[in-house]
Design a protein around this ligand. Sequence first.
Ligand SMILES: Nc1ncnc2c1ncn2[C@@H]1O[C@H](COP(=O)(O)OP(=O)(O)OP(=O)(O)O)[C@@H](O)[C@H]1O
Length: 587
Amino acid sequence: MPNLPMGIIQRGLRSVFLAKSTRFLCETRWLVCPSPYRRVHGGRESQQKDKFLITTPIFYVNSVPHLGHLYSAVLADTVHRWQQLKGAGGSIFSTGTDEHGLKIQQAALSHGKDPLQFCDEVSQHFRNLFSKSHVGHTDFIRTTESRHRKAVEHFWRKLHSAGYIYQGKYEGWYSTSDEAFVPDNKVMDSVDKATGKNIKVAIETGSQVEWMEEENYMFRLSEFGPRLLKWLDSNPRAVYPSKYRSLVRGWLEEGLEDLSVSRQRDRLPWGIPVPDDSTQTIYVWLDALVNYLTVCGYPDNHHAHWPADCHVVGKDIARFHAVYWPAFLMAAGLDPPRSVVTHSHWLMESQKMSKSKGNVVDPFDRIQRYSADGLRYFLLKHGVLETDGDYSDEKVVKVLNADLAGNIGGLLNRCLATSLNPTQTFPAFSADMFPVHLGRKSNNLATKEDYKLLKTLQELPGSVDQHYENFHIYKVLEETMLCVKQANGFVHRHKPWKLSDSPQDREWVGTVLHVAMETLRVSGILLQPVMPDLMSRLLSRLGVEETERSWSDAEKVPCAEGIEAPYVGRTLGVDRGVLFQRLQKKN
Ligand SMILES: Nc1ncnc2c1ncn2[C@@H]1O[C@H](COP(=O)(O)OP(=O)(O)OP(=O)(O)O)[C@@H](O)[C@H]1O
């Protein structure tokens, strides 16, 4: 047996007992396997975890959402939908808003609003955006909710009673913009462009830092280096992809300093007070990170979902999720997350798209232009975890016209043209004309290339599955589009519109259309996680019932096995509209 970590072996064994519909949960899959709750890395609880938990960051409400926020949410949503498609039930997919801290307090003040009223309004924008863009979260958490305050207070008491929090004095640099403490060696001199004054900025983010001296509570982060390294090294997906894993490893090797985890309440009243010390407010990041426990029902009822299987985060907050958070959890006697999936940034003219810079793209406007699923498609086709991506409207138009209007839409139009498919039914496949094996029968009209198409189609779910699991959604899309292109080539090769009305020709036309529609059916099922609405319309148009859209349905291509498909002869869906309207170049 390969040298697998214990959890993976346990998952493999457990899978034997899982129902057939959840067979995918077995073997060495890192992401989706419910596994017995394990005592690892400082976790001291011993109950069973059997439900999946995937999260986005909770978004800071100092301003309305932009395209970068939507990307994190769409990425996590797509992976969650993929799991649901494969039969995983009872999972939590959470997102929400981070509403405490100095930045919010200042933003509310500058709008002349009470902080909670300000948070209510901005939080609602995030909710609206997610609802418009088909982000199917199962929970939307706000850090101003009472269930969250209860979880944070309990968590704080756990850290305190375990001896990981002590009273001390924090002296050092603080960036309000990042809500982060910045070590001396991560600060450099700069000049404020607006005033010409000399200032200090954080090297990593470029945001201004100020010297702070306060009586605070400190967390013994410096004790956690070896345990964090063990967590990182014993789980290849602890921080994913490897580019960010190496980054985190570097931070750990540099050594960790204790972390201030409270602020004086007279300076920061907008936050959760430290339990039993009303002169201090809990540090906004400690407060915010606990949201992942709150959504699981912590402190009463979190065992079914904890540890989190996957936190999807931007690289700007990797340190908080891959260093502070696992250390806090270990200190509280809980297991660290199984995976922190880290993605790069969307840029505007080579600069990070960000609220503070004001160079943001409005996602509401782009949904109106391109549709929610169009925008999702673009973000996932051009978003790669390891590298930043430049956003441009020109690119969006080009990609959507080529892939959705042209490739998929074009094939669908061909299959549904009344001249070729006058009965508007799912056509029969002739096993005589396209037998399972090439050249076995004299009236075989299929070519070597045609067999390649069927092979690609049969293999598509397997390889796409691997890409979803690796968060390589762009590969899911590339491979599926290639298969659809192959099917377009197949139709073009046989030119059914040139065939006669003889029974034999009609049988062959039906067979060609059947194979093309099978390609659309399988592709449509596999792309549901990316474009839930558009693919639902495509499948309905093909006459595929709601109950025939699961992952296992895509794994069956009856004609390739010489079996008659149950949907042959079925009347097609009534919606005759264009699947995806070609976009004008100048938007
Ligand atoms: N440009 C971006 N590209 C991809 N994801 C982003 C981008 N900006 C923000 N995000 C996502 O939102 C999360 C939180 O971002 P945050 O609220 O700090 O946005 P921001 O625009 O960078 O804000 P600020 O400018 O105030 O720092 C990030 O970790 C990431 O998940």
